[in-house]
Ligand binder design. Structure first.
Ligand code: UD1
Length: 337
């Protein structure tokens, strides 16, 4: 079966391509290379021994999307990663985010919805819950008004998919990711942040390599065990596998509703200081850091209730925070050597 993976050369996309190929799927990737490079294909080949089809294309070009589906009429399954994800940038340039994350989704669904059957997996985010009242967060927790255009594109994206599924043959699974970290254990593929990393783990590994002087910990006066924020750090390989399981669920018509939503996390929350300590343990390095003020827009605590993913989807995270940080560190060392 041929599956389209948009953004398939990005961080989560490339790991998902590996897991799809390992499961015997034929993969065609669309990526505009805005935040990655074509070299990622070599890493995928090194791991799987198989070269995915790659088309450099920008999904904002509606005619190109139409043309793609005409040429690949055997594609009915789509895993849609291609999107922009920097929260701060989305506040500065909202229209870029609405164009990148919403127009592309609409164009894909316009083509897909004409098929007799269509499976669609969407990259959503735990950001839709805002600061949830109860921990761990279940899928029933209410969606809060978004605090950034980026977060809003995830909420609107979910609604566009629900509305489309109601009146077309599209079946969809919305995966709400918690905080993806790590890299493939082979260190053939991993995260490639451009410029100064905004996310915690790439900032830590770059600081470990001496590329950054020190990590700034955003706030130590939160009402948590050590005052720093709590997140649910999920290994990217576990996250990638969740996409394959979700796709198989749709292909096998096992879904109970036309659109289903699953949290994808480990169920365990870790504070920023716990992440630092665990990094120091797995790397054997002392990490220079300073406590600074809170970062605007940060929620205090977010970790997943994974019962629905475990029991209904039949997926469970296998890796620990240590595994995730050790693989991120191995990757960082490899790309700087
Ligand atoms: C962020 C986004 C989230 C998005 C996700 C995508 C915000 C507020 N949230 O998640 O909407 O879906 O990225 O990748 O931007 N931290 C530090 N120092 C740093 C970096 C981070 O202390 O240099 C702390 C943060 O305060 C937070 C934790 O580390 O408590 C994780 O931060 P990050 O990796 O940026 O993820 P989120 O903020 O959870």
């Amino acid at each position: 079966m041929k599956i389209l993976v948009t953004g398939g050369l990005g961080f989560i996309g490339s790991h998902t391509v590996v897991e799809l190929q390992n499961e015997g799927f034929e993969v065609v990737i669309i990526d505009n290379l805005s935040n990655t490079t074509e070299k990622v294909i070599d890493g995928i080949v090194a791991i799987t021994g198989k070269k995915p089809i790659f088309e450099k294309m920008d999904l904002r070009d509606k005619a190109d999307v139409k043309d793609f589906f005409a040429r690949h009429s055997d594609v009915s399954g789509v895993i849609h990663f291609a999107a922009s994800k920097a929260v701060g940038e989305s506040v500065e340039n909202p229209l870029l985010y609405y164009e990148n994350n919403i127009n592309t989704l609409v164009y894909l669904l316009q083509e897909l919805s004409q098929k007799p059957e269509a499976q669609f997996i969407f990259s959503s985010s735990c950001t839709v819950y805002g600061q949830a009242e109860e921990m761990p967060i279940t899928e029933d927790a209410s969606v809060q008004p978004a605090i950034s255009p980026y977060g809003n594109t995830k909420q609107i994206g979910e609604e566009i998919i629900r509305d489309t599924a109601k009146v077309t043959n599209v079946n969809a699974i919305l995966l709400r990711y918690f905080n993806p970290i790590g890299s493939h254990p082979s260190a053939e593929i991993g995260e490639l942040p451009i410029g100064v990393p905004q996310n915690l783990v790439p900032f830590i590994t770059q600081t470990g390599m001496g590329l950054r002087e020190k990590l700034s910990v955003f706030g130590d006066d939160y009402p948590t065990i050590d005052g720093t924020c709590i997140r649910d750090y999920i290994h990217v390989v576990d996250l990638a596998k969740a996409h394959v399981v979700a796709l198989q669920r749709l292909i096998g018509n096992k879904n109970e509703q036309k659109v289903e939503t699953f949290n994808v996390g480990t169920g365990t929350g870790s504070t920023v200081l716990e992440v630092i300590n665990t990094f120091e343990k797995v790397s054997g390095k002392k990490l220079p850091y300073q406590i600074v003020g809170r970062r605007e827009g940060d929620v205090i605590t977010a970790y997943a209730n994974t019962d629905k993913a475990n029991n209904v989807l039949g997926w469970k995270a296998q890796s620990t925070l240590e595994d995730g940080l050790a693989s991120a560190w191995k990757w960082e060392q490899k790309i700087r050597s």
